[in-house]
Design a protein around this ligand. Structure first.
Ligand code: TYM
Length: 347
């Protein structure tokens, strides 16, 4: 008899996603992830969002900076429109189900699968003997983050696609190994005009908080003047914007700015090209700078306001963690049962 086909539809729709609170949030994080988290929440879907501090420590973090960055990222989420009453918002280390399931998944995932993770290869580079074991195991913890909630859909930027494929492989292998249909096979949700925001200095590399050049990125903490200057100084070519979208092929910097404009305005890149066909960057960049300031400045000022009351941010994260725990705890307990671990301790 053939096994039932598993599709996410057999599980109720639930969204989970996370962002590392290491360094500040960038425009890449905002357009590729956070802005879309808010849209999903506003569509009325159950949404669980996590500041993944256990992922951040796969490279050494200064404790005071990590604490600050976690609060600042939480402030960024709330300022961008995440409502802690409608979404579950918390930091990962407050919910132990993540690391428990993470260990179990270390035992499900195969070395060969992990060795193929391109992000590990990029991050470790020539230094792979010297990076933490956690950095290598990290995608298994990421799968645990998602499956501890039996989440079915995961909005992310394009760079996380391979990690989500691994999450699917882990769910399938667990289900097969134990003869159950316990974990959903998650659907990556990679959509919109800015699934891969590129550096402002180099249209072929991703905008990232770890880029040594601050000019390469827009930070959610940048003030209006800084945002505007960074966009006006962004690298471009000498050609005007094309008449059609295909004209952006082989023009990575121009394409990046068009995509950023589209994502900020809520338009498609084709619409932006229609509006700016033939425009020089001398016209397009100031328009983009104005749009970016109009969209990002209110978020930045709200973040600054929220950061004046760190105790309130901690309270929100604590409350979110309790709600997250209430969902994840029974799921992970059932995993122990499925695997044959004795659970006789009186709670
Ligand atoms: P992280 O912290 O590197 O990035 C958080 C989210 O932002 C997206 N992103 C981008 N999108 C478009 N353009 C960019 N330049 C850009 N830079 C970052 C990422 O794709 C991501 O969606 N491993 C994850 C965090 C994580 C997670 C999870 C995500 C841990 N557990 C479970 C989803 C589900 C990471 O390091 O993302």
């Amino acid at each position: 008899m053939s096994e039932p086909v598993q599709t996410p539809q057999t599980f109720p729709t639930r969204i989970f996603s996370g962002i590392q609170p290491s360094g500040g949030l960038t425009l890449g994080n905002y357009l590729g992830a956070l802005k879309r988290f808010v849209e999903k929440q506003d569509e009325g879907i159950e949404t669980i969002y996590c500041l993944v501090d256990m992922h951040a420590i796969t490279v050494w973090q200064d404790p005071a900076k990590l604490r600050h960055a976690t609060r600042e990222a939480a402030a960024g989420f709330i300022a961008a429109g995440i409502d802690p009453a409608r979404s579950v918002l918390f930091n990962q280390s407050q919910v132990t189900a993540h690391v428990e399931l993470g260990w179990i998944f270390n035992c499900v995932a195969r070395m060969g699968w992990m060795s193929r993770m391109t992000q590990f290869k990029d991050k470790a580079g020539k230094n792979s003997e010297n990076v933490s074991l956690g950095l290598f195991a990290y995608p298994a913890l990421m799968a645990a983050d998602i499956l501890a909630y039996k989440a079915t859909h995961v909005p992310v930027g394009e760079d996380q696609k391979q990690h989500l494929e691994l999450c699917r492989d882990i769910a399938i292998k667990f289900n097969k190994d134990f003869g159950v249909n316990y974990f959903p096979v998650v659907e990556p949700v990679i959509e919109g005009a800015a699934t891969r925001v590129m550096s402002l200095r180099d249209g072929t590399s991703k905008m990232s908080k770890s880029d040594p050049s601050d000019q390469s990125r827009i930070n959610l903490t940048d003030d209006a003047d800084t945002i505007s200057k960074k966009i006006r100084k962004a690298k471009t070519d000498a050609e005007p914007l094309p008449e059609h979208l295909d004209g952006l092929k082989d023009r990575p910097e121009a394409k990046n700015l068009v995509n950023i404009y589209a994502a900020l305005a809520g338009h498609t890149p084709a619409q932006v090209i229609k509006d700016f066909a033939g425009a020089q960057f001398g016209t397009f960049k100031p328009a983009l700078a104005d749009l970016a300031v109009a969209k990002l400045s209110p978020i930045t000022s709200e973040m600054t306001r929220l950061m004046k009351d760190p105790a309130e941010i901690d309270r929100i994260l604590g409350e979110g963690a309790a709600r997250a725990d209430a969902i994840a705890r029974p799921i992970v307990d059932e995993v122990y049962e499925i695997m044959g671990m004795i659970r006789s301790r009186h709670m």
